[in-house]
Design a protein around this ligand. Structure first.
Ligand code: NAP
Length: 309
């Protein structure tokens, strides 16, 4: 039986791994299907303290993993399918195998929100993507018009990154003002290759019949006017949804699926703690996730000490 199973290897999970490993709890850390978490798909992280020149997101996560492993954390490439919270020890059903544990730290993060269009599903990986850093350099996008959907920091970051490859980058946003931080908004809007398309939503991605992206059909939300914008790629950057499906109905969550902590990082289920993007709908930063991972590890350690005494 394990002392603690940590679900997720983003900033929250790996920080919890460092702390629980250093507390001699010998944690098992499940990577899920995106080892290193969402930060591995970003480019330079400029706001993580301690890196005045910025740090590559992938490198930052690699360093955190090494740090956790150095103290004995055991990484396992597996995902949680189900969890039995009614039994002690807690039982985790994985895609391969089962684990029993005295405690769990859920740091399963969040995934990309989708537009919810049928054409989006059909053209995914055929020009529709959720990660400019992963896919932006593909030949199919080179020197072609590209579309980024969204108005937050992610959309600005994606658009700026894509200016290296696309001939023009249309930033399609449903309002006439960006949600992004001032610095990111200013960088994006002052870039000569980025053209904002305000008050517009994507109603269809073209062209399913050709099995490739050739454009987007847009609707102006104020006038209802439609237009088709030719493009070779659609980069969707409209926020995230928490990865909490295996815990639905078992742990207290809000209607959008964010875990609701009852005290600090403790959930309503004894022995289960939660940290990072699966809990936090407000700050959602690498550093706040790391901080919550640290707090969850400390609370978990105290819980286990109390159990043992
Ligand atoms: P976000 O801040 O939640 O922004 C999501 C954007 O997508 C909003 O502009 C929203 O429009 C739009 N949107 C949501 N649902 C939509 C839909 N169904 N159709 C069309 N548009 C839709 O998400 P984010 O940009 O991913 O950022 C998440 C967090 O990470 C933020 O705290 C951000 O600061 C942080 N972050 C920071 C950096 C950085 O500092 N470099 C980079 C990336 C992310 P509305 O504005 O109308 O709501």
């Amino acid at each position: 039986m394990e002392n603690v199973v940590i679900i997720g290897t983003g900033c929250a999970g790996l920080t919890a791994a460092i702390y629980t490993a250093r507390a001699n709890l010998n944690p098992v850390v499940l990577t899920g299907n995106l080892p290193g978490g969402l930060l591995t798909t970003t480019s330079v992280v400029e706001n993580y303290p301690g890196f005045p020149e910025g740090v590559d997101g992938f490198e930052l996560m690699e360093r955190m993993q090494k740090q956790a492993e150095r103290f004995g954390a055991r990484l396992r490439y597996a995902s949680v399918v189900d969890v039995d919270v009614t039994r002690r020890p807690l039982v985790l059903k994985l895609d391969e195998g089962t684990l029993e544990s005295r405690s769990i730290i859920i740091a399963s993060g969040a995934g990309h929100r989708r537009l919810g269009l049928e054409s989006e599903d059909k053209l995914e990986k055929k020009g529709v993507t959720y990660c400019a850093t992963c896919d932006g350099a593909l030949p199919v996008f080179r020197n072609k018009p590209l579309v980024v959907v969204g108005g937050g920091d992610s959309a600005c970051e994606e658009a700026l990154y894509l200016t290296r490859f696309g001939s023009v980058v249309y930033l399609v946003h449903r309002r006439d003002q960006l949600r992004a931080s001032k610095i990111m908004a200013q960088r994006a809007l002052s870039h000569p290759k980025i053209k904002p398309v305000w008050d517009s939503v994507v109603t269809e991605i073209l062209d399913v019949a050709q099995d490739q992206v050739t454009g987007v059909r847009l609707k102006h939300v104020k006038t209802g006017a439609e237009q088709v914008l030719a493009c070779a790629g659609v980069f969707v950057a409209i926020g995230h949804v928490p990865n909490t499906a295996p815990f639905r109905g078992k742990i207290q969550m809000d209607p959008e699926g964010y875990i609701v902590p009852v005290r600090g990082t403790a959930t309503n289920v004894e022995g289960i703690f939660a940290a990072g993007d699966c809990v936090d709908r407000v700050y959602r930063q690498a550093i706040t996730a790391a901080g919550q991972g640290c707090a969850a590890a400390i609370e978990c350690e105290r819980y286990l000490s109390a159990l043992a005494s």
